[in-house]
Write a protein that binds this ligand. Structure first.
Ligand code: VGL
Ligand code: ZN
Length: 208
C-alpha cells in the first residue's frame, strides 16, 4: 500500500473571513479537513510565515497598493496586504483546525526577499522547504491537498507535488480561492487537472 500524506496548506487566521487576506468562505475547509485527517498515515501543514518587512507586502513599496503587480529580485510579484507576520495572531493556525494529527509543520515565506506560495519551494525555485525530502524519507508516494488559497498556495503546491513525482489529489470541497480576477479559481482547477492532479470530493475520500 502506498503511504499517503494529507497536506494542509496555510489554514491560518489571516486567510479566514475577518483576516488580513481573507479568502471567501475560507473557514468552510476546516470541518472538511478535520474529518479527513484520521484517514491518512501522515498529516503535514504548511504555514505562511513572513517577517514584518516582507517584500510581498504592498506596505514595503512606496506608491504601490495591495494587489498591484511589481518585480522583486527579478520575479513578478503580486503585492499583498501585510499578512501572516511571524508571531502574530493572523499567522496562527485556525483555532478550530485539529492539530492533534499534524506530524510536522513547514514554514514558508520566511526570507524577506523571496515569496513562497508552494509548500515545497519558493517562487523562484531557488530553495526547497524540505517537505519533499521529508515525505520521501517516510516513503510517501501520494499526497492529498486541501487548504487555502485554491488559486495561489494550493495551486503552486499541487503543481510542485506533481513535479516532485507524487501522485497528487486535491479535495475540491476542502479548498477555497481568492479569485482576484473572476475565473482564477476555475482556471487554476483546469490547469491542475491538466497537469495530472486528481480532483476529488471529501465524500469520495471518506471510505479511504
Ligand atoms: C497566500 C498570498 C500570499 C496563500 C499566501 O496562502 O494562498 N496567498 N501569501
Ligand atoms: Zn504570504
Amino acid at each position: 500500500m502506498a503511504t499517503e500524506a494529507l497536506i494542509l496548506v496555510d489554514i491560518q487566521n489571516d486567510f479566514l473571513p475577518g483576516g488580513a487576506l481573507a479568502v471567501p468562505e475560507g473557514d468552510a475547509v476546516i470541518p472538511v479537513v478535520n474529518r479527513l485527517q484520521p484517514g491518512f498515515d501522515i498529516v503535514v501543514a504548511s504555514q505562511d510565515w513572513h517577517p514584518a518587512d516582507h517584500l510581498s507586502f504592498a506596505s514595503q513599496h512606496e506608491a504601490l497598493a495591495p494587489f498591484d503587480v511589481t518585480e522583486v529580485d527579478g520575479l513578478t510579484q503580486i503585492l499583498w496586504p501585510d499578512h501572516c507576520v511571524q508571531g502574530s495572531h493572523g499567522a496562527e493556525f485556525a483555532p478550530d483546525l485539529n492539530m492533534g494529527c499534524v506530524d510536522a509543520v513547514f514554514r514558508k515565506g520566511t526570507d524577506r526577499r523571496i515569496d513562497s506560495y508552494s509548500a515545497f519551494h519558493d517562487n523562484g525555485h531557488r530553495k526547497a522547504t524540505g517537505l519533499a525530502d521529508w515525505l520521501r524519507a517516510r516513503d510517501v508516494t501520494a499526497v492529498t491537498l486541501a487548504g487555502l488559497a485554491a488559486d495561489v498556495c494550493v495551486y503552486f503546491t499541487a503543481m510542485d507535488a506533481v513535479d516532485e513525482g507524487f501522485a497528487t489529489r486535491l479535495v475540491s470541497d476542502g479548498t477555497r480561492g481568492v479569485d482576484l480576477q473572476p475565473g482564477d479559481v476555475d482556471s487554476a482547477f483546469e490547469r491542475m487537472r491538466a497537469a495530472g492532479v486528481e480532483i476529488v470530493t471529501s465524500e469520495r475520500l471518506a471510505g479511504h
